[in-house]
Ligand binder design. Structure first.
Ligand code: ADP
Length: 506
């Protein structure tokens, strides 16, 4: 066959062209397609598709959506590019990258339909997913040994034999913390892209919420000698939202406000705008008197990896991830965020949410109780520690021993269960990822055994490198009393202490 552009040749080339090519009239009726499109839909060739609409095809459940896209293309006369997941004749879900443009009448130049091309990107989508999974696994697996390094250097920075060693250990700990933060950000970005975020329903008492934020920001504010003004609306009700996500979001904004402010003040204001139909409209403002952001950069700062003040211009470090995550989280919590700023004067980030009202009574948070309770009397408690990572095991054991606990260590699940059944412990701390029997399996088996033998319940604490949200339900279901995140620090010991005291007094 000659490839000279005769009409017949052109038709043949169109029919056999790779990818999917199709065109429809103004009402969405197919006027033709290449063979690939027709065969995907169970027809022989493009001619068979003429006269059909999307409602007649295997992807009819998406027909309305497809029609809306076509209508938009014809109305705006602009190209539309979209990823579409649709079913083939064989009911196989396929992902296409589709581009659609208006089809014009040759004589009148009026829009008479659309032309579309679609390329099957299912395989590359799957590869992308596998890559994201890999990044998530890797970031997660790196956290465990890193927790060990941080824990050990923390001990060494306090107990090192000379000042130089202690200083070095402090730096190692600081660098480790920074790395941990970066890993957490990588995990968050990947998770956000992966859309595996679930939203918890916690009751928020704003007074306590603001106090917790203030306590967390305090060291950084003191270090930079900045004032911190918190203003809360007296009428703020109890509301329901994901406590961790909302907190992380505001923390990110506050951390930026502090980072980009040399002198003056940082402010946090929470306003009640209205209450309607069991929902409270709440505005959260984070303000600073810092370097500000140039107007032409304002709409870019929420983009991933974008930094309006790169480190070569000034001393500001960062990865340009914080605000990207803030925006994702605001969207996830059905809110909106905006920013106003003036260079050299300061910035104001405003997030608005419509939160469902809560009816429950409030319980003071653990941190509040910790602050108000006097230190408990020191007494020797015997503790079981099950952890397979020798670095973490060593760091946690050292910490507990230095606080006066008697610690028995085991490095696998079977040994942990055996120890719990044959020895007496005040409480147990189990890594949930133990080899052999996982920590969760140990807890389950031990709770069962306790019941059968009518033993007094020994409190069990789970130690995990996962985000607590991810494993909370599973851990609670198998009988853990509390879940603690790695790295295990003195704060976690205080939580355990508090738990044990509450148990004694109840
Ligand atoms: P990072 O701070 O890690 O670079 P972010 O995503 O949190 O990343 O912020 C993106 C950019 O927006 C920052 O690099 C900075 O240039 C700018 N920015 C964010 N918050 C402020 C602020 N409060 N004042 C001035 N600039 C800010």
């Amino acid at each position: 066959m000659s490839t000279i552009a005769t009409y017949e040749n052109l038709l043949n080339i169109l029919a056999k062209a790779p990818g999917h090519i199709y065109w429809k009239d103004i009402k969405g009726v197919y006027q033709g397609s290449n063979d690939a499109q027709a065969i995907f839909l169970g027809f022989k060739n493009g001619k068979d598709l003429i006269g059909k609409t999307d409602f007649d095809l295997p992807w009819k459940d998406q027909a309305i959506h497809l029609q809306q896209i076509d209508n938009q293309v014809m109305k705006t006369q602009k190209e539309y590019c979209v990823e579409e997941i649709v079913s083939s004749q064989k009911k196989v879900k396929t992902t296409f990258l589709s581009r659609k443009i208006p089809l014009y009448d040759l004589n009148t130049n009026k829009v008479i339909g659309i032309i579309g091309t679609s390329i099957d990107i299912t395989e590359s989508k799957q590869a992308e997913l596998a890559k994201q999974q890999f990044i998530m696994n890797m970031a997660h697996d790196l956290r465990t040994p890193l927790s060990g390094i941080i824990g050990l250097s923390n001990i060494q920075s306090k107990e090192g034999t000379n000042a130089v060693d202690r200083q070095h250990s402090q730096w190692i700990e600081g660098a480790g913390e920074q790395l941990l933060e970066l890993l957490n950000s990588v995990l968050e970005v990947t998770a956000a892209e992966y859309q595996i975020e679930s939203i918890a329903k916690d009751t928020i008492y704003f007074q306590q919420f603001a106090e917790e934020l203030q306590a967390l920001m305090f060291p950084a504010l003191v270090a930079k000698e900045l004032d911190f003004k918190v203003k809360l609306d007296a009428h703020l009700p109890l509301i329901i939202t994901d406590r961790i996500k909302l907190k992380r979001l505001v923390l990110n904004l506050l951390a930026n406000a502090i980072k980009f402010t040399k002198k003056g003040k940082v402010g946090l204001e929470i306003k009640l705008l209205s209450i309607e139909k069991n929902k409270a409209k709440v505005e959260i403002l984070v303000t600073d008197t810092g370097i500000g952001i140039a107007e032409d950069k304002l709409d870019k700062i929420f983009d991933r990896f974008y930094r309006a003040h790169p480190s070569y211009e000034a001393q500001y470090t960062g990865y340009g991830i914080g605000l990207f995550l803030v925006k994702k989280t605001v969207k996830l919590l059905n809110g909106q965020i905006k920013v106003s700023s003036e260079e050299g004067k300061g910035s104001c980030f405003t997030a608005i949410f419509s939160f469902p009202l809560a009816e429950e009574k409030i319980k003071p948070s653990i941190s509040q109780q910790l602050r108000s309770k006097p230190e408990a009397d020191e007494q020797t408690e015997s503790v079981l520690l099950a952890e397979d990572n020798s670095l973490v095991l060593h760091a946690v054991k050292n910490l507990l021993v230095s606080l006066g606990y008697e610690v028995t260590t085991v490095t696998d699940g079977k040994a942990a269960l055996n120890a719990l059944q044959t020895q007496c412990f005040h409480w147990g701390l189990l890594d949930i990822g133990l080899p052999g029997l996982a920590g969760t399996e140990v807890a389950k088996a031990y709770r069962q055994w306790e019941k059968e033998h009518k033993e007094i319940k020994v409190p069990l604490f789970a130690l995990t490198a996962h985000a607590i949200d991810e494993v909370k339900e599973e851990c609670e279901a198998v009988g853990f009393d509390y879940i603690l995140n790695k790295p295990f620090t003195i704060k976690d010991v205080q939580i355990i202490k508090l738990f044990m005291e509450n148990k004694k007094s109840s």
